[in-house]
Each structure stands twice: as structure tokens, then as C-alpha cells.
Design a protein around this ligand. Structure first.
Ligand SMILES: [Fe+2]
Length: 189
């Protein structure tokens, strides 16, 4: 097999999926919305998007899903927050932004666009268990990535209802088991 060099996200050798990943990171890097105008910092958005992308790539392999679709869906899931600074209705509001990126880069099938934009649109519905594996993957990845930050438990218990925190815990525990991690502690201490 002829080895291909890694492009390190420079130049035109990227796949369309990688071009979307680069585009999201460029949007983070060029954001004009100051942290004072954001609910979270732009640095956190960068870390969370990149962290979710890599965890999504791992879980996709565990679940026999398409790695490119999982990777890009995870990278894009909070695109509305990256663009606007706010979490208000950010799932549904992010879907058209994601669609625009796919159309600009081109060469995606309608099926791929639909799968990923649906995952973006519905990823906040953590209490709902759908039969769409990519929507569920993004939900699981989102809470699992956050659980790896110190005081994420405090944030959730202060800002979310007890029922929602329970759903988060269930999802995080499930991912920990899939990745052969000990199920406890659910949140990093
Ligand atoms: Fe998120």
C-alpha cells in the first residue's frame, strides 16, 4: 500500500469532511465576539469542539458508525454558540449554519447533510433516546467531554434540573463503560 503523507490541515489535500473541520476551527479563530459577550469563552468553545470531535471518532469505532460523519457532527454541534456566543435554542439554530457550511464546501450527499444537521439540531434533547445513532452519539459525546472538566458537576447541579443531571449521568456512565473506563466517578473530581 502506498503511504499518503498527512496534510496537517494545510493546503487542498483535505477531504470535504476535513475541510468542514478546518472551517469550524477557522470560525473559532476569527470570532469577533469577545468573551465578555459570550456565555462561555471562545477558548472553551475551541477545546470543546476539538475534544468532542476526537471522542466522537473513538465512539464511532466502538459503535460501528461512520467516523467522518461522527467527527464532523461532533465538531459542528455547538456551531451556533461559536457564531453567536449564546446557548439559547442553539441546537435547532445551529442546523442551518451547518447546512450552509456543507453547501459552501460542496460534494456532500443530501443524506450526509441531513444526518449531521439532524444531530446538531437535536443534540440538546438529552432526556430523549431516539433511534438515530448519530443524534445519540453527539448527545453522549457532548456530556462526556464536559464531564472531563473539573467542576462540570457543580455547573450542572447549579444550572440544570435534577432530572436532567440524572440523564447526563446515565449517558456519561454508558460512555465510560464503552471506553472501558471505571463507571465512577461520573464527573471528574
Ligand atoms: Fe456541547
Amino acid at each position: 500500500m502506498k503511504l499518503k503523507d498527512f496534510h496537517h490541515y494545510k493546503g487542498d489535500e483535505l477531504t470535504p469532511f476535513e475541510k468542514v473541520e478546518r472551517k469550524v476551527m477557522e470560525m473559532v479563530a476569527s470570532s469577533k465576539i469577545a468573551d465578555s459577550q459570550r456565555e462561555d469563552s471562545i477558548i472553551f468553545e475551541l477545546m470543546h469542539a476539538a475534544g468532542c470531535m476526537q471522542i466522537g471518532r473513538l465512539l464511532a469505532q466502538k459503535r460501528n458508525l461512520n467516523i467522518d460523519i461522527a467527527s464532523v457532527a461532533c465538531m459542528l454541534h455547538d456551531i451556533f454558540v461559536i457564531v453567536s456566543g449564546t446557548y439559547q435554542n442553539h441546537g435547532p439554530a445551529g442546523a442551518p449554519i451547518a447546512r450552509k457550511i456543507f453547501e459552501e464546501i460542496g460534494s456532500f450527499s443530501e443524506n450526509e447533510i441531513e444526518t449531521i444537521t439532524q444531530a446538531v439540531a437535536h443534540h440538546s434533547e438529552k432526556e430523549i433516546y431516539s433511534d438515530n445513532p448519530y443524534i445519540e452519539l453527539v448527545k453522549d459525546v457532548d456530556v462526556f467531554d464536559c464531564s472531563l472538566y473539573k467542576n462540570s458537576e457543580g455547573f450542572y447541579r447549579i444550572h440544570k434540573s435534577a432530572e436532567i443531571v440524572k440523564e447526563y449521568e446515565n449517558r456519561i456512565r454508558k460512555v465510560r463503560l464503552e471506553l472501558n473506563l471505571s463507571p465512577e466517578p461520573v464527573f471528574r473530581k
